[in-house]
Design a protein. Structure first.
Ligand SMILES: [Mg+2]
Length: 266
């Protein structure tokens, strides 16, 4: 089913409907709340957006569900969400021992990348070790195709199974059985006994949420660059998140119109 633009009467009705329950608000970070920038270390949430997010946390549980590590994203938010899940769903769960074991699963990959560090940086590839996942960024590579070939050649030499998936100018590598964002958001909904989730994301690693969302959730893809996305709705760019939060806050502070008159106060 093709995505529909969120800011339409139908989209608004769906937004009002989910907010009348008590949903979890789960949000990706890069490309969703913060613009994609050349240097990932520059990404931040704009203050006017952070202000609205802070107000949202007073009404509903808010979770950041990001490909970054939890520690990395914390200082970029400008507000305090109730929950943060990092490393594409693999970090911030409820089983810390399992997380430590999964971290060690990437050691063979770490050794391989360190051994080929010169070659990788020569091709403009930046290695990022996020503990429970690794990212090979090629945004600054002079030849992206060459960079991708080098990455896939290297990964073929790895004799330990891992899961890899593409992102925006990045190849991500996670432990084979680490939870993805879909599993993570379902866990969060259960943990805060929410009625469902409103989830927004912009990238490949957000698709497991869109794909696994029950019909009564509200899923939003930021950008129309992936027409086959399984999200229900789209908005055009991170700047439209502000309009979304303004609408959400106005719904949350307006009491629902009811067919039955409430008893008059004496
Ligand atoms: Mg993203």
């Amino acid at each position: 089913m093709p995505m529909h633009y969120l800011f339409t009467p139908e989209g608004d009705a769906a937004l009002v409907a989910i907010l009348r329950g008590r949903p979890l608000i789960a949000l990706d970070f890069d490309g969703t709340l913060a613009d994609i920038v050349d240097r990932p270390s520059d990404a931040r949430i704009a203050p006017e957006l952070a202000l609205r997010l802070a107000t949202l946390t007073e009404h509903l549980p808010v979770a950041i569900v990001t490909g970054r590590s939890v520690d990395d994203v914390k200082g970029r938010l400008g507000f305090e969400p109730q929950m943060i899940v990092g490393n594409h769903g693999a970090e911030g769960g409820f089983d810390l021992r399992e997380e430590a074991a999964r971290r060690a699963e990437l050691d063979p990959l770490r050794r391989l990348l360190i051994a080929h560090q010169m070659q990788l940086s020569g091709a403009g590839i930046d290695i990022e070790d996020k503990g429970l996942s690794m990212a090979l960024h090629y945004r600054l590579a002079p030849d992206a195709d060459k960079a991708l070939t080098l990455i896939s050649d290297l990964l073929e030499r790895l004799d330990y199974p891992v899961r890899t998936f593409a992102g925006k100018m990045v190849v991500n590598i996670v432990p084979l059985l680490a939870p993805d964002k879909g599993a993570a958001v379902h866990d969060l909904v259960a943990a805060c006994t929410a009625s469902g989730a409103l989830f927004a994301g912009d990238d490949v690693n957000d698709e497991p949420v869109f794909e696994s969302a029950p019909d009564h959730w509200l899923t939003i893809r930021v950008g129309q660059d992936h027409p086959e996305s399984r999200a229900q709705y789209y908005i055009n760019q991170p700047q439209e998140m502000q309009r979304l939060f303004d609408r959400m806050l106005s719904v949350l502070i307006t009491p629902p119109a009811s067919g039955t008159a409430s008893p008059a106060k004496p």
